[in-house]
Design a protein around this ligand. Sequence first.
Ligand code: KIV
Length: 296
Amino acid sequence: MRGFFILKSYYNLKTFHDLSQKLQNMSVHKEFKRITTHALLEMKQAGEKIAMLTAYDFSMAKIIDDAGIDIILVGDSASNVMAGHETTLPITLDQMIYHAQSVIRAIKRCFVVVDLPFGSYQGNSLEALAASIRIMKESGAHAVKLEGGSEVRESVERILSAGIPVMGHLGLTPQSIYKFGTYTVRAKEEEEAQKLIADAKLLEQLGCFALVLEKIPAELAKKVSAALHIPIIGIGAGPHVDGQVLVMHDMLGINSEFKPRFLRKYADLYPIIKEAVQHYVGDVKSQDFPNDKEQY
Ligand code: KIV
């Protein structure tokens, strides 16, 4: 038993040592008190990688912000990981605003981007602007994100004209899943790759402050990142981009069934939470909890 504890403390010390080494090696060129679109651009120019994660609620956003994340994305992946839907299509604007409000209450430093949900910007640029204004006004978020290139040009222009920063999203765009039919890698063929490059250039030219590239070949993402001045954030797009984004539930191992090649799991919380709950259930059933000290 004692050996176990010695081993455990050694392991903790080693992990702590590895982590501090990594933090020392990290190329952070400048400390930013608050992350802004300008700070993100400076990071790209200085070669400092941008770290982005999704969050949908107060408690997790507080931890993630405190841990030094640069961008929180209130993603419409909330439709999957929070609400249990198969796709991102069902989530509503009201629900996105609710998640964004919870995240905004928690953060002190990071930049918060909110996904415009499916149906709120594709049909009509005035509706796109109205949805974006609701997100900004009612949640206090800092920017919106939408999927697509030339097809959503008018919406992008209209939202930008109101002074609202826009992040683009190309490659695998989950709101179009029924058009693609699968979640496989996008833009492997020349024609689709050329369209993606043209869309990326268009979004930069319109005034988007950053782009997400999802599940595309690393070489293509490298090309886009080199051709554009704005930061390119990748998910399954390889290392030659300006930053990375992951869905929080995937990287913490809460969503244990999702195992794409690009995902690195930084924790395996599903079994840990399950075991803790099983322990609690056992303690309640056996009347071990609460004990004399755990009552008034
Ligand atoms: O909704 C989301 O989580 C996203 C990321 C996958 C980029 O759009």
